[in-house]
Write a protein that binds this ligand. Structure first.
Ligand code: PEP
Length: 254
């Protein structure tokens, strides 16, 4: 039985220390000691230390929203996985569609980051998913396959078992449009089937695949109730403690 993992991707929001700690405290008060689901906050880099101090001693984990695949050096504006670790991160989001789109990140570059995250003790949350145009052209599975083959290249079965994959149809991110639970389930089942082919059944049965794209309290139950959906990567609804808590309330696990 895979444990649900619900992660909040705060994106470039709630970066002010008071806002970030207020948000973290609002979730902590309700779910800070819950073992029922894994909870992860991914605040902006500038708020990582403050949020880390708030969640210290709780069951909530911290994640970065991105990283550069080098330990350090002359890479102005970038962030090393070592720094994320030092701030208390256990996870790092990689290959988010906003990074693929606005920063032209390729599968190869994302794969380099995934491997380097593992080398430095961070658990990657690898984002995959098709655009609206790709869906309309019937290419959803081809895109998911391309992102998965590219992102997972060279990883060991144990690494894949321990990581998180987030299926996020790009057309559903921040738009209020959500894949139907059936459509999302079908892509998750496809992704899991592909992982079984690339690795084996035990890897496919173990790896957790989150859904992301306008997840809210009122659609969480149906989405997270699907057999191959193992949690959510949440953007907009992660920015208020009540709405994030509402997703956990309706996850079916608490
Ligand atoms: C995301 O950015 O990963 C995301 C899923 O955003 P939203 O929940 O706002 O669609």
């Amino acid at each position: 039985m895979r444990k649900l993992i619900i992660a909040g991707n705060w994106k470039m929001n709630a970066g002010a220390a008071s806002e970030a700690t207020g948000l973290a405290k609002g979730v902590l008060a309700k779910y800070g000691q819950s073992d029922a689901v894994d909870i992860v906050f991914c605040p902006p880099f500038t708020a990582l230390r403050e949020v880390s101090a708030v969640i210290q001693g709780s069951k909530i984990a911290l994640g970065g929203q991105n990283m550069y695949p080098k330990a350090g050096g002359a890479f102005t504006g970038e962030i090393s996985p070592l720094f994320l670790k030092d701030c208390g991160c256990a996870y790092v989001i990689l290959g988010h569609s906003e990074r693929r789109t606005y920063f032209k990140e390729s599968n190869e570059f994302i794969n380099e980051k995934v491997k380097f995250a593992f080398e430095n003790g961070l658990i990657p949350i690898l984002c995959i998913g098709e655009t609206e145009q790709e869906r309309e052209a019937g290419k959803t599975e081809a895109v998911v396959e391309d992102h998965l083959r590219g992102g997972l290249a060279g990883l060991t079965p144990e690494q894949v078992k321990s990581m998180i994959i987030a299926y996020e149809p790009v057309w559903a991110i921040g738009t209020g449009k959500t894949a139907t639970p059936e459509d999302a389930q079908s892509v998750h089942a496809f992704a899991r089937g592909l992982i079984a082919k690339l690795y084996d059944d035990s890897v496919a049965r173990t790896v957790r695949i989150q859904y992301g794209g306008s997840v809210k309290a009122d659609n969480a139950k149906e989405l997270l109730g699907q057999p191959d959906i193992d949690g959510a990567l949440v953007g907009g609804a992660a920015l208020k403690a009540d709405s994030f808590n509402g997703i956990i309330d309706n996850s079916g696990a608490v």
